[in-house]
Design a binder for this molecule. Structure first.
Ligand code: AMP
Ligand code: MG
Length: 450
């Protein structure tokens, strides 16, 4: 694993005092590594987990050529471009679930149901509603309605036996879970869950249940971080609120580093911050490159967000309280630290922009970057090139089908309410200028994430 110095040296134009959002993600992608341990789980328990191996299809899906419609099956070679085709149904029906045994010759057809195996030698299905039935019991198909091979599903059209149906790194979404089940596989091999510890720092931060006092605010960051982590499928370890006390900070950081794969803190990383958070991060990261430890304090060219610390804290030994922890010790030598700013919106934005992709990488998940929607801005957005801005926005569809995005309420970086009212983040990219009313902007939609 590369040291912090190596990563920084290799990153073009690395400037910890003015890092672009892209540079942050490049740095983090090198700073973290995926977990290795895997487990075999029954399908229901594997929901939302990440595949540690390709899932190779043991069967072809569908297993036979079959009919896509209710209708009549026949040999399509008899179709003429300019003449109707009249066919005599033989008795019986080809039902789904069992092979039909009879013979169907030239000029004949047989009734078939959707999903039924195509009888031998037959290749075309005319849907029920496209035929005219005569008094004599024959059916007629008008010319030009149908071509040879129509309404036939091929064996292996969905999946071919021996081919990968799903790739390593795929998250087991509802669709993926169904696909594995459709192959008849009762279990899958997945990466172990990522365990993430989090705590809030600051003397002015109250835990729920504390008596309110002047100048103090209730901790909201642990709750948003908890929700964001849960939605990613992480195991969480809540370490509470830690005041500006070196002994307490050290004990909490140590416990977090030993018991978790990653640590998320909020607060105490701004420039000129008087508290002990940063010095403790530095102390625990150590200065021995062989240990894998390291820490960097950044000012990111973004809004909101800006200050952020990242680090790797060497694990010093298992914590006695959890026997299960022993297995965590041997795998990753360090815990990854994300020291987020204190402002509640900045916490969420930096999580979405940087922490989430890094955690996904640690989970072994090869999720593509979030899809950005194009919507037109309902108003002018002032912006200078040279930093990335994330504004809380609300996307709506107008009656003509066009997408418009409205900046949601007060954009102050402490205002969580506008985060709740928004359904996405307008992303104004690093080099982008001001946006005029009606211009298209990129929106990272919250769907299922926030
Ligand atoms: P800091 O980054 O520590 O300077 O904090 C910036 C702002 O965020 C201050 O107004 C803090 O009161 C506020 N803040 C810090 N941590 C939290 C928290 N856990 N919950 C809510 N607000 C917080
Ligand atoms: Mg503070």
């Amino acid at each position: 694993m590369k040291s912090f110095e190596q990563i920084a040296a290799e990153l073009q134009g690395y400037d910890p005092q003015a890092l672009s959002a892209d540079a942050v993600n490049s740095f983090l992608a090198q700073m973290v590594e995926p977990v290795q341990r895997t487990e075999v789980l029954p399908l229901f328990e594997a929901f939302e987990r990440v595949l540690a191996t390709d899932v190779v299809s043991p069967v072809s899906v569908p297993p036979h050529d079959n009919s896509a419609m209710d209708g009549y099956v026949f040999d399509g070679a008899q179709l003429q471009p300019d003449q109707p085709l009249t066919l005599q149904p033989v008795g019986g029906t080809a039902f789904a679930g069992k092979a039909w045994q009879g013979e169907v010759g030239k000029g004949q057809c047989v009734k078939i149901m959707t999903g039924a195996i195509m009888p031998a030698g037959l290749n075309t299905v005319v849907p029920q509603e496209l035929v005219q039935t005569t008094a004599g019991g024959t059916i007629t198909i008008a010319p030009g309605l149908l071509a040879l091979g129509d309404n036939r599903r091929f064996m292996g059209e969905d999946l071919m036996q021996g081919h990968p149906a799903l790739r390593q790194g795929q998250r087991l979404t509802p669709a993926a879970l169904g696909l594995v089940a459709s192959l008849g596989l009762p279990t899958v091999t997945v990466y172990r869950r990522l365990r993430v510890a989090y705590f809030s720092t600051g003397d002015e931060i109250l835990s729920l249940g504390d008596a309110p006092r002047e100048g103090a605010v209730f901790d909201s960051n642990r709750y948003t971080v908890f929700g964001l982590l849960k939605r990613l499928g992480c195991e969480v370890l809540d370490l509470g609120v830690v005041g500006d006390d070196p002994a307490q900070l050290e004990a909490t950081f140590r416990r977090a580093a030993n018991e978790a794969d990653a640590i998320i803190t909020s607060g105490g990383v701004s420039v000129g911050e008087a508290d002990h958070t940063k010095s403790m991060m530095k102390k625990l990261a150590g200065d021995d490159p062989a240990s894998g430890g390291g820490v960097a304090f950044w000012r990111i060219a973004m809004r909101p967000g800006r200050p952020m610390a990242v680090g790797r804290i060497p694990k010093t030994g298992p914590t006695a309280s959890l026997s299960e922890q022993v297995s965590y010790q041997n795998e990753l030598k360090t815990a990854v630290l994300f020291g987020l700013p204190g402002n509640p919106v900045a916490v969420m934005v930096t999580f979405l922009a940087f922490v989430r992709p890094a955690l996904q990488r640690m989970m072994g998940c090869n999720a593509p970057p979030p899809v950005l929607l194009k919507a037109r801005s309902t108003q002018t957005l002032r912006k200078k090139p040279g930093r990335t801005e994330y504004q809380r926005g609300s996307v709506t569809t107008r009656p003509d089908g066009s997408l418009w995005v409205d900046v949601a309420g007060n954009q102050g970086s402490g205002v969580l309410r506008s985060m709740v009212e928004a359904n996405g983040l307008i992303v104004l990219h690093h080099h982008q200028n001001s946006v005029a009313e009606g211009d298209e902007v990129d929106v990272m939609v919250f769907d299922g994430v926030v």
